[in-house]
Write a protein that binds this ligand. Structure first.
Ligand SMILES: CC(C)(COP(=O)(O)OP(=O)(O)OC[C@H]1O[C@@H](n2cnc3c(N)ncnc32)[C@H](O)[C@@H]1OP(=O)(O)O)[C@@H](O)C(=O)NCCC(=O)NCCS
Length: 182
């Protein structure tokens, strides 16, 4: 899928949100490893990421050509500082109305409005792709994420007290959220 939008950040800087393409493979991999090092609220630790640059390029090429999946990247100060995407739960009739949402932003760029704008972009794309439900999971202590999800209209439908098992803090409760798109 394709997406292209320039937004003004809370501090006045500009940020380009666009679908990532094969050319962004190396930068996206770098951003993935950086953001997954900066927080313990995400699913994967950087050393668990097995993607190579070539695989990341292929992944982005497939997303660009897809008619129901996308990875939107955020470019500020000339570099890739965040990304968010929607992924189908599958093509079977019973689940093809559902997509999963995920997001990560470089800590140096938190609080500027990039997260909210990436969520809005993914919701727009999910609607365009024909999904009727967008879903996500968030660690219960991740107040900032839960806050922006609720503001975007997501509602909680359950909690898994042992959803994640952190290397550093043990079990993390995971909140399940969903957004009806039509
Ligand atoms: C969660 C994340 C995506 C938010 O992105 P962001 O660009 O910082 O978000 P925004 O700037 O658009 O909005 C942040 C909002 O949270 C609010 N906020 C900040 N700190 C907060 C806190 N501790 N508790 C509640 N709300 C908080 C801000 O006031 C702002 O709300 P506003 O727009 O009404 O002023 C980003 O911090 C991130 O990538 N975190 C690490 C990865 C992660 O947690 N991903 C989500 C996994 S489910």
């Amino acid at each position: 899928m394709l997406y292209n939008k320039t937004i003004k950040l809370k501090d006045g800087r500009e940020c380009l949100l666009r679908n990532g393409t094969a050319d962004d493979g190396a930068a996206l991999l770098e951003e993935f490893n950086l953001t997954h090092e900066q927080t313990d609220f995400l699913l994967t630790y950087p050393d668990e990421n097995t993607f190579t640059v070539e695989e990341e390029e292929k992944y982005l090429k497939e997303k660009t050509e897809s008619d129901n999946e996308i990875e939107i990247i955020a470019i500020a100060d000339g570099k890739l500082v965040g990304s968010a995407g929607i992924e189908s739960l599958g093509s079977k009739d019973k689940v093809k109305h559902r997509a999963d949402f995920g997001i990560s932003i470089d800590e140096a760029y938190w609080g500027l409005g990039i997260g909210s704008a990436l969520i809005a972009g993914c919701i727009e794309c999910a609607r365009k792709a024909g999904y009727t439900q967008l879903e996500l999971q968030a660690v219960a202590e991740n107040d900032k994420a839960l806050n922006i999800y609720r503001k975007a209209g997501f509602v909680e439908y359950g909690r898994n007290p042992r959803g994640y098992n952190s290397r550093y803090t043990g079990y993390q409760e995971v909140v399940l959220m969903r957004l009806e798109l039509s």
